[in-house]
Design a protein around this ligand. Structure first.
Ligand code: SF4
Ligand code: SF4
Length: 101
């Protein structure tokens, strides 16, 4: 079972590797938190041109952030508005305006 899950993860990772370049660097997937309370990751830095940048990009995976841990994009539980790497998962609750609050 574990081997199947690992293979699935590898296959998904390979599938999305080519898509990584499609990331628009909007920073939307850098939200953390839960129970209706979300915040931007403390490592997300907005440059003067307002482009979000991860301050620890090369070492981000597995890094503890307030309210969670940074994971590879394909391992996130949600889709994000306008993200080319969406795969049909539920939209992140922060952006899901149809969801009753
Ligand atoms: S939401 Fe999508 S486009 Fe935006 S930073 Fe994350 S992966 Fe990139
Ligand atoms: S550590 Fe992860 S969640 Fe935080 S800004 Fe960097 S990529 Fe985004």
């Amino acid at each position: 079972m574990i081997r199947i899950l690992k293979r699935l993860g590898r296959s998904m990772s390979n599938k999305l590797k080519g898509k990584k370049d499609l990331c628009k660097r909007c920073g939307a997937c850098c939200l953390a938190g839960g129970d209706g309370i979300y915040h931007w990751c403390e490592y997300l830095f907005f440059k003067k041109d307002k482009i979000p940048t991860c301050m620890i990009y090369d070492n981000r995976i597995g890094k503890k952030i307030t309210g969670g841990v940074c994971v590879l994009r394909y391992k996130t539980k949600y889709d994000y508005p306008g993200c080319p790497l969406n795969t049909g998962k539920p939209v992140h609750p922060f952006f899901d305006k149809d969801k009753p609050s």
